[in-house]
Each structure stands twice: as C-alpha cells, then as structure tokens.
Design a protein around this ligand. Structure first.
Ligand code: G6P
Length: 612
C-alpha cells in the first residue's frame, strides 16, 4: 500500500528519500515520486513502476534539496500513471498522501468552480489545491493545513512542503499510520518506521488527529490546535533484520526464520514447561470474566484465527467465533457482554480490522457493555496495540515479503499461549495438560527445522505445478484453515488459481473439478481425522486427480502412481498446524520462483492494507 517518506535536514536528502522508499517497497506499490524544495522551487520526479526507475530519474536530473517528500503509490483513484503519482503540486505547495479522501469529488467540484485545474485523477490533488487556496488567507503553512483538515473526510496521512517555507515539513495523521523519525539537526516522517531505520532509531508515533510541524531542530505536535507532548521512543530493531542476507527472496528468509521467531515468541511467556506468572498478568481479571471470544482479522491472520477457534473450544471449552474484519465491521454484529474481542494482525494497521475494533468499542461503550479487547500483533507500536486493552506480541522481527509466513506461525504460537493462559485462569485446563502442550510448543522449532530439510524435495514437486492453472488444497480440523492458507499463498505469489477446502466438503462441489490436470494438495498429520482423510484421498484418486501429500512420517501413506508424498516429522496433533504451514509455504514459494513472478511483491497486493 502507499508509503510516505519525508525529511527536513541541512544535507541533501534525495538519497535518503529514495532509500526510504526502497524500504517501503515491500508494502506494495505501482509508481513512485518525490519533490524537493530547492532555492524557492519545487523539483519533482515521478515514475511508473519500481523505485529503481525513480532513482534513475533522480540520478539523471540530479535534483537535490534539504527539504522534501516522497511517495510510493498503490493506485486507488486513477490508474498507475506518472500524472497520478505523488507528490501533487498546486502553486508552490507539494503534497503526498496515504489513504483515501472520501469526499474528494465534492471538493474537486468546488475547487474547479474556483478555477483550479486538475492534472490527475487522484483524490490527493484536492488537498494540494485546498492548501494552496487556504494560503491566500494566511501566510502560515501550518495554519493553512489546519484549515483544510476539517474539510477532508476519510482516512489519511499527509506530508506537505512549500517553497516559501524551506525549513518546514507539515504532516497530518488521520486514520493512516505516520511516524516521525527524530534525528540530530534533522527530522523525518514516514508511514513505516522501517523506512527510517538507517537514519534513526528514535521515533514519535503520531496519534489520530495529530498535525505536526517539523523543522531541522524542532518538532511540534498539535491536537485540536493545542501543542501536545508526544513521547520519543527508542527502538531496538536493527537495520540488518530487514535485509535479505544470503537468501534470494525475503519470503524464503522469513520461512527459514520461523524456528527462531517461534522460540522468541514463546520465550516471553514461558518458564520451563509452565506459563510465567507475569505473562499477560494485567489481563487476569478481564480474562476471568469473559464468557466467549470473538476474533476479527483479515487474510492470513484470519486463518490463524480460524485455527485458534478449534483450540479455544477443544482445549478450554470457551466458545469462539472468528470473522473477516471487512464483513464484521459492516454487518452490525451484536456486541455481547463479557466477550473478549481479539484482533489478529501482523501490521496492527489493517484498515478493516482497525475499523471493526473501533466500531466494537464505540458500540460497547454506548450500551455500557463490559468487553475486553486485545491484539495479537508483530508491531509493538501499531495502532491496534495502542488501542486495545491488552496485547500479545509476536516477536517475528520485520516481515517484508507480502505473503505472510513467520508472522502467521508466530501468531499461532501466540494464540496457543493465549488459550493456555485463559484456560489456566478459568481452570478449564489442568496444569498437567498445560505442561504437556508447552513441552510440545518448545519442541516445535526443532520439528520445523527438520521439516525445512524437505525443501529440495518440495522444490522437485513444485516443478509439476508450473504449468497448472488450478489447484486444490484439502485438510480437516485445524488443517482446514491450513488448506485455506496454502491456497492463499499459492494464488498470492504464483498466480495459480487455488482453493482450500475442508476435505469433508469435497463431495459437495470441488470433486466436480478433479481431473487428470488437477493437482490436489493434502495435509495429513497424525490426528483423529486421518482415516477419514485417507478416504477423501481415494475419492480424488478415483477421479484421476494427482495427489501431493504432506503426511506424518507414521501416517502409513505411501507414494504411488500419481500420489507424491513428503513426510513431515511426527508432531503433536494439536500443534501440527504450525508445522504443516511450512511445507505449503515452501511449495508456493518454489512454484512462484519457477513461474518467474515477483515473489516478495506480488502484483496488485500490498503488505499493509491501510485503506479499505
Ligand atoms: C495483506 C497481506 C497479508 C495479510 C493481510 C492482513 O493482505 O498481504 O499477508 O495477512 O493483509 O494483514 P494484517 O497486517 O492485518 O495481518
């Protein structure tokens, strides 16, 4: 999704802006641009496609300046063309924008009536013209921005510069993430702190409604016109965490980082084979009161939630519902007293999940209902973490590949910790059972390491997918969501149409699709459903389908004609979905590489979906 970088310094910042944009590439975009203020002029370069194209243009034109804004655009209003790329200029003002201005058409009509000429189809251009217009009544860029903001409806983050204000960068956060990177004699903004990590590890996280004015030596944050103190936080994430290292793609690196990421995530909660007393200690009273759980999430995080539903109900007897946030937020769901609302989100900024959370909180407050909210998230400073009562962090480190891998498996580990904690508080699970599951949880990183040994074999099998147009993934129980996740991974990065199904549903539709040309991926851990799953495999084989089975080494499933088997090391059935995520990730990865797609930044997709 769109990214913003901006800065005010004494040195030329064109390189910093370009490097920053490169670090935002993983979020997904289709064009990029920057504007620098230099000697009373706005110098702008914009290009369609990769940031590298923009970089070339900047190198060729040698544009430079110590004040500037830059942007990667993910088209919403108007095609990905140079004219629609940001920054947008009106008079001497240049603007970059993330999010959507919902009432832009009305504003555009008014501005056109005033004689403003639009050069793009974007919603953003209205902001540039409005600020330009407001500057007729005030010389202050900050004041002009303040006048414009109340006119804008929607969710947005803005970066604004003006030729007459060579030491001033104005920024606004209203529904889209924005951080200020605090430097020494220079200050920066970005929609994602990752962009600024090579320059600073000190950040101010703006809150909704904040307007900030940055100069080289000062940062002022205002809310409702009042100056406010926002704390500077120091981050310990290192730059190297966000580089590919020896791996060909971030996605592969992140797949291989899973054992360590899971270890990190569980270590924060465990003491030997027991839960630490201080783990989620502040939530104990709230957890004691809850009578059900409602999980809200999108994409891969939603699949993690689906698995947690099995765990909540089977292990600790607590009713659990899971829903896609984009549906939940619009269907006026009944908000029920004593419910724990859990947002699962690697970014903590996904627009639909955030909106569903806020709406739930508002409606619960209006009815004086007693609910508890919590976030499972990979970004400690995200909006969701800040806006929920409790949070549990997945300590996966930055995930750059658009297709989520280590964020997903650490979400599962975190969800299991949450289930055990709530069960312990409610006494619906014994300490012995907790100790058994925790011992298995500790063992999971090793099982994943062993599973990764199958990489070459999976690569070999992936060659059989390259020419396929369609694929089915089947699983039962907690492996039904893994089937959905496997299908999502394959379609996201290889562009092969794939569907995930509960294997028991095969006869109710998807079996009609099975023929010689249909690869069917089966997830076959050693669990109570194995025999039933074997019958489903027979059904596929009888129709000529080709089976690709990820099977427990003790499952008794053997390779035969049109049945390929990759053995997964034996793992406790409850935790098996964490492990079986890995072979489906590797399969999708290798198929995508063989098909020559842009694995880390698949077409049309974004890492952090901050607009609806
Ligand atoms: C995008 C990403 C997915 C992610 C989903 C939800 O679609 O490409 O990888 O699962 O958003 O994002 P979240 O940050 O809320 O987990």
């Amino acid at each position: 999704m769109c990214g913003i970088v901006g800065g005010v310094a004494e040195r030329n910042i064109s390189n910093i802006l370009i490097e920053g944009l490169k670090r935002l590439e993983y979020r997904g975009y289709d064009s990029a641009g920057l504007a620098l203020i230099n000697q009373g002029q706005v110098l702008r370069e914009r290009r369609v496609g990769k940031v590298a194209n923009l970089e070339q243009a900047v190198l060729a034109s040698q544009v430079s300046g110590s004040l500037g804004i830059a942007h990667t655009r993910w088209a919403t209003h108007g095609k990905p063309t140079e004219e629609n790329a940001h920054p947008h200029i009106s008079g001497n003002v240049a603007v970059v924008h993330n999010g959507i201005i919902e009432n832009y058409q009305e504003l555009k009509d008014d501005l056109e009536a005033l004689g403003y000429v639009f050069t793009s189809q974007t919603d953003t251009e209205v902001v540039a013209h409005l600020i330009n217009d407001a500057l007729k009544t005030t010389p202050s860029l900050l004041e002009a921005t303040r006048q414009v903001v109340p006119q804008l409806k929607g969710a947005y983050a803005l970066g604004i510069v003006h030729t007459d204000h060579p030491d001033e960068l104005i920024t606004v956060r209203e529904g889209s993430p924005l951080v200020i990177g605090v430097g020494i004699g220079e200050n920066f903004i970005s929609s994602d702190q990752l962009a600024l990590l090579p320059i600073t590890n000190r950040f101010i996280y703006l809150e909704e409604g904040d307007i900030a004015r940055l100069t080289r030596n000062s940062i002022e944050v205002f809310i409702d016109g009042q100056l406010i103190d926002r704390p500077v936080k120091e981050l310990d994430a290192t730059v190297s965490n966000a580089s590919k290292g020896e791996y060909k793609h971030y996605m592969l690196k992140e797949i291989y980082e899973q054992p360590e990421a899971i270890k990190q995530t569980i270590s924060q909660a465990l003491n030997g084979n027991a839960l630490r007393e201080d783990f989620l200690a502040s939530a104990i009273q709230d957890f004691a009161n809850i009578q059900q759980v409602q999980i809200i999430a999108c994409g891969t995080s939603y699949h993690a939630g689906m698995i947690a539903k099995y765990w909540f109900e089977q292990l600790i007897d607590l009713p659990c519902q899971v829903e896609i946030a984009s549906e939940f937020r619009y269907r006026s769901p009944v908000i029920v007293n004593n419910t724990l609302y859990v947002c699962i989100s690697q970014s903590g900024e996904t627009a639909d999940t955030l909106a569903a959370l806020r709406d739930t909180q508002k409606r619960a407050a209006a009815k004086s209902l007693n609910i508890t909210t919590m976030t499972i998230c990979n970004v400690a400073t995200s909006s969701m973490v800040r806006e929920t009562n409790h949070s549990l962090l997945t300590l996966a480190g930055p995930e750059i590949g658009v297709a989520s891998t280590k964020a997903f498996t650490t979400q599962l580990a975190a969800l299991m910790l949450l289930v055990l904690k709530i069960g312990q508080i409610k006494q619906t699970i014994s300490d012995t059972q907790i100790a058994e599951i925790v011992a298995e949880l500790w063992h999971t990183p090793k099982v994943i390491l062993d599973t990764l040994q199958n990489d070459k074999e999976i690569l070999r099998l992936s060659e059989l997918f390259v020419e396929k147009q369609h694929c089915l993934f089947l699983g039962r129980g907690t492996h039904f969501p893994i089937a959905l996740e496997g299908a999502l991974k394959l379609k996201e990065i290889s562009y092969i149409h794939a569907e995930g199904y509960a294997a028991g549903e095969l006869k109710h539709g998807p079996l009609a699709l099975v023929d010689n040309d249909m690869p069917v991926v089966i997830l076959a851990p050693q669990d109570d459903m194995l025999d039933k799953l074997k019958s489903n495999m027979e059904e596929v084989q009888a129709r000529g389908g080709e089976l690709f089975v990820f099977a427990d080494e003790n499952s008794g499933i053997k390779a035969k004609d049109r049945q390929h088997v990759v053995y997964v090391p034996s793992v406790n059935a409850i935790l098996a979905p964490i492990v079986y995520s890995v072979p489906v990730q590797l399969l999708s990865y290798h198929v995508a590489v063989l098909r020559g797609t842009d694995v880390d930044q698949p077409r049309n997709l974004a890492k952090s979906v901050t607009v609806e």
